[in-house]
Design a binder for this molecule. Structure first.
Ligand SMILES: Nc1nc2c(ncn2[C@@H]2O[C@H](COP(=O)(O)OP(=O)(O)OP(=O)(O)O)[C@@H](O)[C@H]2O)c(=O)[nH]1
Ligand SMILES: [Mg+2]
Ligand SMILES: [Zn+2]
Length: 357
């Protein structure tokens, strides 16, 4: 049990355990591959696959295990192989629209306490992109934090200016600026992370997420144990590990940078991110006001008075429209898929392909 606690298992999850499944082992997903997984029981990393029944009952990408999920598994071969039977209910979920034309969710990570948006202080710094990440994080009911990297590239005054710009759109958030080249700043960042909490690093490619993780852990901890892959080539070691545990017990999930961040916000993600717009909309003349062409629109009036910046308003409208479109397409697709059981069949095809390799 202690081993699971060291991976973030707490009372919230303990209360969710299905007592009819106590013959299974509880393990946490640390890597998701296309058709296989790596899980950890807090002692070792274990290659894992899903049961056929699991696949059969999955209707949607949302039903599949994500990095950070707790799952019920059966262990075989001296804990070298795990078969995943079910997912424990999630405390939180970070998801985005899969890139390209596909209307499907892509799961980024599950059971995150704090999601860290990282932007580098050079050309990557962008408030509109920050808002986009915030919609996704708020939608997942996760606490955001902001890390500004590459502080070695700009002056202290410029850094303060950028922090103030963020505070104008988001008053209560931790903002940490640092350079990966500055050891004392790295030491300072360590105090940000709390033991047994799960964090997730988000941000464009090249902002320094993986560099920070490598700086936070000792190199020898980063090395992973041999993972058995059922591909006939025997054991080999993964070089990639998405979930790591810091010396103080904090758990961090690294993510590759995402080129596009399509959002689907049907809960409160958009309203929580643009909360002043959300509040003003109560004062619009029409209940279903879209804040674009209507008369007596409190939002448009606030933009006119300069209380809401045009850039922020435009970004709100852009994300709102995109999210609405994505959500409608998603609902439509779900109805079609349900009719034809398409998700199961396409997934099974992938699995057969893999097994036949
Ligand atoms: N000047 C400067 N360079 C940095 C800093 N942090 C990272 N870099 C450099 O930025 C480049 C990208 O760093 P990564 O850590 O791979 O970026 P990442 O966010 O993990 O990128 P993806 O994995 O592609 O999403 C590397 O060449 C780093 O050496 C920093 O604080 N200052
Ligand atoms: Mg990286
Ligand atoms: Zn309005």
């Amino acid at each position: 049990m202690y081993n699971l606690v060291s991976l973030g298992f707490d009372n919230w999850f303990n209360d969710k355990v299905d007592l009819s499944k106590t013959n299974f082992n509880m393990v946490r997903v640390i890597i998701v591959n296309k058709n296989s997984f790596v899980v950890s029981n807090g002692v070792k990393d274990i290659y894992a696959e899903l049961t056929g029944k699991f696949l059969f009952n999955s209707e949607d990408s949302l039903d599949m295990p994500a990095v950070g999920d707790w799952v019920y598994a059966q262990l075989f071969d001296d804990d070298e192989l795990a078969i995943i039977h079910d997912i424990l209910p999630r405390k939180s979920l970070l998801k985005r629209k899969a890139s390209g034309k596909k209307v499907e969710f892509q799961l980024i990570a599950a059971n995150i306490d704090t999601a860290i948006i990282m932007q580098s202080l050079d050309s990557n710094f962008n408030l509109r992109r920050l808002e986009r990440y915030l919609v996704m994080i708020n939608e997942g009911k996760i606490t955001p934090a902001i890390f500004l990297s590459k502080s070695d590239l700009i002056s202290g005054d410029e850094i303060e200016e950028k922090k103030n710009d963020i505070r104008k759109i988001l008053a209560d958030v931790s903002i940490v600026s640092f350079s990966n080249n500055n050891q004392s700043e790295i030491e300072n960042i360590k105090t940000f992370f709390e033991p047994f909490k799960t964090y997730c690093l988000l941000g464009s490619s090249g902002v320094g997420k993986t560099t920070l993780l490598n700086n936070l852990i000792h190199q020898e901890l980063y090395k992973t144990q041999p993972i058995r892959e059922k591909d006939g080539r025997g054991k080999h070691t993964t070089t990639r590990r998405e979930l790591i545990v810091l010396e103080n017990g904090a758990i961090i999930i690294d993510n590759p940078g995402m080129r596009e961040l399509g959002v689907i916000s049907n809960e409160s993600g958009l309203g929580d991110t643009f909360n002043e717009i959300d509040e003003l909309s109560d004062q619009c003349k029409y209940k279903d006001c879209t804040h674009t062409v209507e008369t007596d629109c409190a939002v448009l009036e606030a933009v006119e008075r300069g209380e809401i910046s045009e850039e922020r308003y435009n970004n709100y409208i852009k994300i709102y429209k995109e999210s609405l479109y994505n959500e409608m397409s998603y609902v439509e697709k779900r109805q079609k898929d349900k009719k034809f059981g398409k998700f199961f069949h396409s997934t099974m095809k992938d699995v057969k392909k893999m097994k036949g390799r």
